[in-house]
Design a protein. Structure first.
Length: 227
C-alpha cells in the first residue's frame, strides 16, 4: 500500500520523505490509531541507557502510546520487548524486506511482532539488504511516528538521521535529561537549538498530554538544517 492509505493525506514535507510503498505484516490499525512514539537509540547502549529505555517505555504504554522502533539490538529491542511485556502495542520498522530477519538474534521478537502487533517495511520481498537501507528506514520511522524519543545514541548512529528527519517534518524530538550528558558532544545540543527538547519523569506526562494523534508542527526547511 502507499503511505497515505494508512496515514491519511500527506503534506508536501511528508511526501518528500515518504517511500513509494509500504509492506505490512500484522495489525495495520496500529498505524491508524495514535499516538505513536518512536523509541530509538544505540545498538551498544550503556546499562543506564537500557534501563532508562525500559522505564520510559513503561510510562508510554501506561499512557496508551504505541511504541515504534527498528528491531535493532540495544535500545530498540528493549523498547519492543517492554511494550509487549506490559500489554502495550508496538510497531517494528524494518531495514530489510518482510521475508528477511533484520537481526538474527531477534528472530523470535520479529516473529512475535508480526503475529501480534505490526511489522512495516518499504522494501519488496526478495530485495537485497544494503547498508543504505537503514538510514532510509529511520526516515520512514520518523514519518510513521508522531514524535521521536532518542534515549542514547552516538554521532554516527542512524538515530541521528531520524532525529533530523523528524525535525524537518515538524515532529517533536525528545531527549531524556538524564541521558543528554551521555550523548556524543554537540549533536544533541544542536537538535535542541532546532526545536528538540528534553524531559524528565515529571514533565513527560505533560508532553504526552499535549501530543496530538498526528503532529502538525512547524516543519523546517531542508536547507535550514545542518546536514
Amino acid at each position: 500500500m502507499v503511505p497515505d492509505d494508512v496515514l491519511g493525506p500527506l503534506n508536501e514535507f511528508e511526501l518528500k520523505a515518504a517511500p513509494r510503498k509500504l509492506f505490512l505484516q500484522g495489525d495495520a490499525s496500529l498505524l491508524e490509531d495514535g499516538p505513536r512514539i518512536a523509541v530509538v537509540g544505540s545498538r551498544r547502549a550503556s546499562s543506564e541507557g537500557l534501563e532508562l529505555a525500559r522505564r520510559i517505555t513503561e510510562m508510554l504504554v501506561s499512557h496508551g502510546v504505541t511504541v515504534v522502533s527498528g528491531l535493532a539490538l540495544g535500545i530498540d529491542t528493549v523498547a519492543h520487548e517492554t511494550a509487549m511485556t506490559n500489554g502495550g502495542r508496538t510497531v517494528g520498522v524494518l531495514g530489510t524486506s518482510l521475508d528477511r530477519y533484520a537481526v538474527q538474534r531477534n528472530r523470535n521478537l520479529q516473529d512475535a511482532i508480526g503475529d501480534r502487533h505490526l511489522l512495516v517495511s518499504q522494501f519488496q520481498a526478495g530485495q537485497p539488504t544494503h547498508r543504505s537501507n537503514f538510514p532510509l528506514r529511520n526516515k520512514t520511522m520518523a514519518l510513521l511516528s508522531d514524535a521521536t524519543l532518542i534515549v542514547e545514541a552516538a554521532t554516527k548512529s542512524g538515530t541521528r538521521h531520524q532525529g533530523w528527519e523528524a525535525i524537518r517534518l515538524g515532529r517533536p524530538v525528545l531527549f531524556p535529561k538524564r541521558s543528554l550528558a551521555r550523548q556524543s558532544p554537540g549533536w544533541a545540543d544542536e537538535m535542541i537549538r532546532y526545536g528538540a527538547f528534553s524531559f524528565d519523569a515529571r514533565t513527560l506526562p505533560l508532553v504526552l498530554d499535549d501530543l496530538p494523534s498526528r503532529c502538525v508542527g512547524s516543519a523546517a526547511r531542508a536547507d535550514d538544517l545542518p546536514f
